[in-house]
Design a protein around this ligand. Sequence first.
Ligand SMILES: Cc1cc2nc3c(=O)[nH]c(=O)nc-3n(C[C@H](O)[C@H](O)[C@H](O)COP(=O)(O)OP(=O)(O)OC[C@H]3O[C@@H](n4cnc5c(N)ncnc54)[C@H](O)[C@@H]3O)c2cc1C
Length: 415
Amino acid sequence: MTGADSHIVIIGAGQAGLQAAETLRSEAFEGRITLLGAEPYAPYQRPPLSKAWLTDNLDADQLALRDHSVLERKQIDLWTSASVSAIDVRSQSVLLHDGRALTYTGLVLATGATPRQLPQARDAGDLVCTLRSRADSDAIAQGLRSCVRRELPLVVVGGGFIGLEVAASARKLGIAVTILEAAPRLLERVLSQDLSDWYARLHADRGTTLIFGARIAEIRKTSNHVAEVEFVDGHSIVAGLVVVGIGVTANDQLARDAGIACEAGIIVDACGRTSVPNIVAAGDCTVRRLSDGTMLRLESVQNAVEQGRSAAHALLGVDKPSLGAPWFWSDQYDMKLQIAGLSRGADTHVLRGDMESHSFSIYHFRETRLVAVDSINAARDHMIARDLIGRQISPTAQQAGDTAFNLAKLRTAQA
Ligand SMILES: Cc1cc2nc3c(=O)[nH]c(=O)nc-3n(C[C@H](O)[C@H](O)[C@H](O)COP(=O)(O)OP(=O)(O)OC[C@H]3O[C@@H](n4cnc5c(N)ncnc54)[C@H](O)[C@@H]3O)c2cc1C
């Protein structure tokens, strides 16, 4: 698998695919590496697409993950606008949409995810957007410019991270924003009630209207190019643009068709191995079975990078599972949320600091074990939390809530 006659093909030129390619080279893999991306661009960062890319007139170089020269130097052969339509595991080959075929000795699946569409918005055309790619973000930026010009509001469907970040970006541009959330609170699946409420206040204070329990009947395009959002109770609101952020589905169809085990994502072990030898997967397209039998799918840069790394090692025959705590960030206005660990199943939530000061953390415990920490503008808390969770060191709830207690000390105490 490592010799000069080997050929590793990577499907998906995003964060995870690029990381897998670079790891192969840094581990002295001598064979060919072909990185196939469906989009017309070299690998780029997605996080700015809902943030600075919408507001700050960045240029494409600031979005790029690597300069072209880096890929050339590392002899990573990037094919853009190269979409794979099928994998044949018996002949070890992949077929591209344009009819080209490539054989591989090892295959990395890093196909990412696709935003869920809102069925009620089928007939609203270009006035309703989802957000995953640079092209999506460019379309939203154009829609926001039109909102400014025509003094029309933006409606965001879905109070998750993407929707809230787009809402904050639109407010920065002076656009009136309404967020429609079907659940009774924001970010219900990922944040505790306290932090959800804090986010709702943050957005309301910045002038956004929040509607919870929203039931949309239909979104249609009117003759004067305005989106009309009609609710099931019959009332309606208008918008210059509707951005839908209601989650994603893993891009696992290629893998399914090839007979690779999937369950709402490509099933991988801790090293990124799939059910088929010599095929690994990484990033948003994957799911992992946890020790309690539940499936975990993460959507974060950190996960894409770490799984990309582990998957490359696995193809080289080396077990390098990612052992640290998962982490994630979100920027809204001047607030940076950093999440370390997984708070699901937590039964005790302890505040450290003062929520009104806009710099605090919430520590989540399952019984007495620290399982996650959400920090707002508290980078030091976040770094310590990642370390503590990764090393399975738990402060007591009292220590966590006491800002005079130095949590970093626990690391040395148990080193
Ligand atoms: C708007 C936005 C904001 C985000 N903000 C944050 C943030 O603040 N913090 C954070 O941690 N995470 C954030 N994320 C999540 C993070 O960007 C993703 O988790 C990460 O990009 C996943 O990397 P990936 O390589 O798995 O998938 P992707 O980066 O999506 O790459 C997958 C690539 O595969 C390509 N592909 C798919 N099918 C095929 C095929 N058949 N043939 C060829 N190519 C194919 C796709 O076109 C795509 O380019 C954000 C995501 C978005 C969309």
